[in-house]
Unconditional design. Sequence first.
Length: 505
Amino acid sequence: MSEFSENISRANQYLQPFKAKTTGHFINGRVVLPAGAVTYDNTTPVDNSSLGAVVTGTAADVDLACEAAEAAFADWRDLPGAERKKILNQFADKIVQHADEIALVESMDCGQPIRFMKQAAIRGAANFRFFADKAPEAQNGLSLHQKEHTNYTIRSPIGPVGIITPWNTPFMLATWKIAPALAAGCTVVHKPAELTPLSAMLLANITKEAGLPDGVWNTINGFGEEAGKRLTEHPAIKAVGLVGEGATGSHIMRQGAETLKRVHFELGGKNPVIVFDDADFDRALDAVVFMIYSLNGQRCTSSSRLLIQSGIKQKFIDALQQRVKNLRVGHPLDPDTEVGPLVHTGHYKKVMSYMDIAREEGATIAVGGERREDLGAGNYITPTLFTQATNNMRIAQEEIFGPVLTVISFDTEEQAIDIANDTIYGLAGYIWTENTGRAMRMARQVESGMLWINSENNRNLPSPFGGVKMSGIGRDGGDFSFDFYMETKNVCIAHGTHKIPLLGR
Ligand code: NAD
């Protein structure tokens, strides 16, 4: 049997329980399927067939989950950090044990090629280990001295938090958001994206095996407009971490206004990769291809705008066209597949609509732009390259979130900065040049939360991750995550020597 056939056979086995019975919520340590619950059909992008029914969470379901998280909070908060560390490391061990199941189920649910989802499962475990190790010191603060007073700060977990995640890499993102919350001592109500609920339920099941106390981690399935909305309004929830679209962030700000929610948003991007004439041509080409066509282009940090300097423009585009034509589109469980099907028919239609938009705007579709009919009923498209584009076109301004790259040329460094910054977004940027001074000037001037020089998006868990402008509010990673999930209290102690102002003497 080929590796592909073996993957299909194991995936079918893992998916069987989801097909056999309705996927419920996970509340207070058990699976909950409310009597008379409304359900929806969860489909696979491979052929749009059903992977089973999923419960549509109501406000009442969310209330139960929030109450469970509230009831579990004090004990979890008061557990010594070393104990939380032990449990979260056990959780990471369980992820590794279930990595094959997680990767295969995830690929079938969201269409991401197995070559990337295998790594995503392992990265999920790494996220837990990293934050587990930081749990014992999460409450540590600063010591700030004055002549007659000493100040020190203490951090304490903010309370139960809501975590709302999207469909592009559901498992990895859930772990990235939930691990620091738990390490800080918060309890969690997680609402995964309605389009990709399965790996979130695998995670919830592991909580029991790992020894997480009931109520510390709760998962609510359903739609943003109902379940997500109630989660962001619930008074027990003290903070909301969202990974999703900008419009969703705006809704959540409004919904959370009444209860003054602290919010952390990781939103969309239209990230520039700027390649100068003096760049290392081959490495730049490899990175440009990887950063837009990996993960089906459904990636927040994808470099969806290529800004290419005029001196190497034609040579670079020629080489790029060849690479894009060579990309292997196919079934996500085929180990050779580099680009899989788009997550859902709705998203497929959105991405395909940009082909007409590109033509109407006068850009050239140099490669792709078509449906892959030969691959059957799934949401398969040919990886696409738009050339002859200008930055004012919609294909350069709007987040397409597919394997689609828009190429814009520039002459000078100043022009590159102007084009890079002419967008509502500011998540990531990539610069390719052998001129260190220029790289450092650009790093200051490009408006983005993250900038990589001569690299694709290398990740370092202690480093801050997040965006500026319409790409987000706040930073994740290392201690930055704890700043969000924790409150800082200042304690000021007098040395007994200072003068107290006298009134009424
Ligand atoms: P989305 O905003 O439509 O949905 C994200 C989550 O929000 C889902 O769980 C959804 O149910 C929920 N939601 C929707 N409306 C809500 C509401 N009114 N109240 C509460 N919750 C609500 O995003 P998507 O389409 O699932 O994901 C794609 C987007 O995510 C892209 O814009 C992408 O760039 C972004 N993203 C950003 C990052 C990052 O780190 N910056 C990472 C991955 C994805």
